[in-house]
Design a protein around this ligand. Sequence first.
Ligand code: FES
Length: 189
Amino acid sequence: MSQAKAKQISKETHEKLKKVGEFLKTSPLLKDQQSQLMGALHYVQTLFGYLPQEAMEYISEKLSIPTAHIYGMATFYNYFSLQPKARYQIYLCKGTACYVAGGARIQERLREELKIGLGENTPDGMFGLNITRCLGCCGLSPVMQVNEDIYVRMVPEKIPAILEKYRRQDKKNAKVKEAGIGAFEHPGK
Ligand code: FES
């Protein structure tokens, strides 16, 4: 990475990229270029929580692999994410039972409340809106998931209260983090 470029990235990113460099030098599992790339992308995803542009460029330079190839691999596998994941990931079931039971109205209300589209995060990084395959509880449709919590027999009117619960929890978590105590609480139901 050029010096000018290195200056533009944050100190934290710079430190993390150094770790990626160490990983590339020392990992015993990486026999060929392709497995090196895969291993490096996994490492970056774990380290950053997503694959930032800077990291893909760094790997491209270190492994002499075109960024287009790296980008192709990063977008092919669902495991990798090109943007930071929201703290609360909302998944709407796109299965037939949920659709028939009014899934589209749930999606519409969420888009209205959060002012984002599918595949996007709110600007504060709190909520992400996604669709998912059948969640396996079709008899209780429409179904929505927020992180590990499942909400069944959803109606649009329930959405503001559900979102509010996570907003409150997020504030609480931020305070705990600030105070540097304990693990984050899970909001539960
Ligand atoms: S179709 Fe939604 S849970 Fe099965």
